[in-house]
Design a protein around this ligand. Structure first.
Ligand code: PLP
Length: 222
């Protein structure tokens, strides 16, 4: 059942490197975050056996159930939280994650700053931008992003590494990737988490440093 995972990883890694080379970017310019949400621990173990070390989960509770045991066996594992984060889960997220990609509002910035103080742990943070200004989608609106980035860094001294986005499903993602890159450049932010199974090559062409790929590795989610 998990036999395909190693082969899928090999194929995705080759496509990532080919896309980087085609864009004139160096090898390793884009890192693969394997999105293991809804998949069992055995699927993550198959990916670990194939050398994958960076994983993404969108729910804190699911990450807490799966990852502590895996981390004990693989101390170099890196866990990214990529789903909407409630303020009452901020402390659990800070305890668990190496990267939290979904900081998107002032209340959460404050909650994360307090959680980092209490836990004595400072995961890297990315700010999620709702590039399509979709009402149902998480993320700070593009025209509020500059002020929010400044608030996170200047007021809360949070470790902001970069930005993340999920373009609208029915649109050409390229303008959204460009918008994210432009906002990041204005603030000297180097990390761009953008691109999923269906569009990661386009994202790499537009400067992605991290692509979040789930179904193309683990199969369609049930
Ligand atoms: C599920 C998810 C992904 C992966 O999506 P696929 O299309 O399965 O590759 C990437 N990013 C986020 C935020 C997700 O929730």
């Amino acid at each position: 059942m998990f036999d395909d995972i190693a082969a899928n990883l090999t194929r995705i890694r080759a496509r990532i490197e080919a896309a980087a080379a085609a864009a004139g970017r160096p090898p390793g310019a884009a890192q693969l975050v394997a999105v293991s949400k809804t998949n069992p621990v055995e699927a993550v173990e198959a990916a670990l056996a194939a050398g994958q070390r960076v994983f993404g989960e969108n729910r804190v509770q699911e990450a807490a159930a799966k990852f502590p045991q895996l981390r004990a066996a693989h101390p170099d594992l890196r866990l990214h939280i990529i789903g909407p984060l409630q303020t009452n889960k901020a402390r659990d997220a800070v305890r668990l994650a190496d990267v939290i990609e979904t900081l998107d509002r002032p209340k959460l910035a404050l909650a994360l700053a307090e959680a980092m103080q209490k836990e004595g742990r400072r995961p890297d943070l990315l700010i999620q931008v709702n590039t399509g200004a979709e009402p149902q989608k998480a993320g700070i609106l593009p025209d509020e992003a500059d002020a929010f980035i400044t608030l996170c860094r200047a007021t809360h001294a949070l470790p902001i590494l970069g930005l993340m986005c999920i373009p609208p499903a029915a649109e050409d993602p390229a303008p959204h990737f460009d918008l994210l890159a432009q906002i990041a450049a204005r603030h000297g932010l180097k990390t761009l988490s953008m691109g999923m199974s269906g569009d990661f090559e386009i994202a790499i062409r537009h400067g992605a440093t991290h692509v979040r790929v789930g179904s193309a590795i683990f199969g369609a989610r049930g």
